[in-house]
Write a protein that binds this ligand. Structure first.
Ligand code: FE
Length: 192
């Protein structure tokens, strides 16, 4: 069975002015779609064709891993965003304060990590097995799904995520990101 591009959980222009409709049109409709199409093309005869996307990400290598990882990472990223943003609730802000000093210091650490993530990749907030939280970078299609942690929040720092709106200014994209973080989704992940 082929994987399908999941629809965006909001309208194309819902994240403006922080992320434009044009960016979403390309990022979701072209880039994300291409990863899913390529994965579907690679699956027949691969031994992975009856697995869930998560299981493929955890077991595959090479091109299958790259396209499965990017398919999963993008679906997760769309869910991390919503128009209007918000603030983290009590349980999560307490965990952020324990790890980073305060929610604001978490944001600075996350932005610094994402700005310094060399080349193409993703920056994540994850929950460790002991319930503590941490910021990690992955490169290219890398994803914390393959580690013993729970992904809570991610930002895509591939240039295709911000080049139309911010050109080369990744830092501006990252600062704008906080206006559209879907904190209820992050909290759901934290509670799991
Ligand atoms: Fe992307």
């Amino acid at each position: 069975m082929a994987f399908e591009l999941p629809p965006l959980p909001y309208a194309l222009d819902a994240l403006e002015p922080h992320i434009s409709a044009e960016t979403l049109q390309f990022h979701h409709g072209k880039h994300h779609k291409a990863y899913i199409d390529k994965l579907n093309a690679l699956l027949p005869g691969s031994g992975f064709e009856h697995m869930s996307l998560e299981d493929i990400v955890k077991r595959a290598t090479g091109d299958v891993f790259n396209n499965a990882g990017q398919s999963w990472n993008h679906t997760f990223y769309w869910q991390c965003l919503r128009p209007g943003g918000g603030t983290p609730g009590l349980a999560l802000s307490s965990a952020l304060s324990r790890a980073f000093g305060s929610v604001d210091e978490f944001k600075s650490t996350f932005v610094k990590s994402a700005a310094g993530n060399f080349g193409s990749g993703w920056t994540w907030l994850v929950k460790n097995r002991d319930g503590s939280v941490a910021v990690v970078n992955t490169g290219n299609a890398g994803t914390p799904l393959t580690d013993a942690v729970t992904p809570l929040l991610t930002v895509d720092v591939w240039e295709h995520a911000y080049y139309i709106d911010y050109r080369n200014e990744r830092q501006k994209y990252l600062e704008s990101f906080w206006n559209i973080v879907n904190w209820p989704f992050v909290e759901e992940n934290f509670a799991r």
